[in-house]
Design a protein around this ligand. Sequence first.
Ligand SMILES: Nc1nc2c(ncn2[C@@H]2O[C@H](COP(=O)(O)OP(=O)(O)OP(=O)(O)O)[C@@H](O)[C@H]2O)c(=O)[nH]1
Length: 363
Amino acid sequence: MLGWFKKKKQTPEKTTEIPESESPVQEEKQSPEPAPVETVPIKESRENKKKNLFSRLSERLSKTRSTFTYQLDTLFLGKREIDNELLDDLEEILITADLGVATTQELLEHARRKVKRKELTDPAALKDTLKEKIKAFILDAVANDELRMPDKGPFVIMVIGVNGVGKTTTIGKIAHKFQQSGQSVMLVAADTFRAAAVSQLQIWGERNNVPVVAHQEGADPSSVVFDALGTAVSQNIDVVLVDTAGRLHTQANLMEELKKIKRVMGKKLAGSPHEILLVIDATTGQNGISQARLFDDAVTITGMALTKLDGTSKGGIVANICREIKVPIRFIGIGEQMDDLRDFNADEFTEALFQSDTRTVDE
Ligand SMILES: Nc1nc2c(ncn2[C@@H]2O[C@H](COP(=O)(O)OP(=O)(O)OP(=O)(O)O)[C@@H](O)[C@H]2O)c(=O)[nH]1
């Protein structure tokens, strides 16, 4: 996924780093018989990287796996047929993992149909059936992708979500990813409601060494955004990440303000914002789905980031939200550090989610 970070890649993908002093080229100059230097072929190095990333994801999803996957494995263990009792127990596990009632019913219906057609008889194979169906829910949402990146001018991402879900942290992490792909980034503090929100964003700006456009507390957020877009265009900035308020005096006020910011962006820079990214805290479960509906009705979201998946045993929310909202998840947050934001990949995620604890990635 995410062609976002491929746009301006300046350097080829790194293989294993060899300190300059150990570089075979230098050795050749200094000594006629260089000491053998262990190099790792590019392919192997990429595979290792992929494996490490996968095991990290799998480890960070351990709370969900230790309940959901463990319970599934226990349920199927020693069972010889798929009967109503087994499906009832399965229903409970799926609902507990935050797959939601409607999504759970669809999964069970799918399984029942397969059992009836005799395409599914072995309880152990039911796990794969679930995995495939969950992946299909996620991919359906990806199929709705209408990501637009401008051919020229800044790529403007408006980040929205209620307070405390991890908006600012996610912005900081995304900024880091863009920078790593060689793109210049600007952060915009359009949450003028809370002074602390501006300073938090400024901290991430300093960490990433990227400019932050901010006005004084209480300023009109739309005017901050208007000025910032002007500056971004004149300074040839590649990516503009706009942080917005998560709470105002009333919810209606908040939605009106977001609509206004979006309108003003479009006036200042035609086609922008190119992405309206909703951040949702995965630990809030079904509440996240209500939030997504609310924000989508107001400003039409184009992508989602699900944070704090490391802190929940209810990772099923990912499939549920994709099925309910039908907007692609772009990122998942699996920790508080800079590189704890992953581009979301349906295959990788479902594999990690369903990976039994007894298996290792090397298998
Ligand atoms: N464990 C974990 N914590 C996270 C993740 N993402 C964000 N957080 C933490 O969640 C808390 C809230 O994050 P913020 O980025 O301040 O949230 P916000 O939505 O900007 O909040 P406001 O500025 O109050 O609107 C912080 O302590 C973050 O470190 C994640 O993926 N995993």
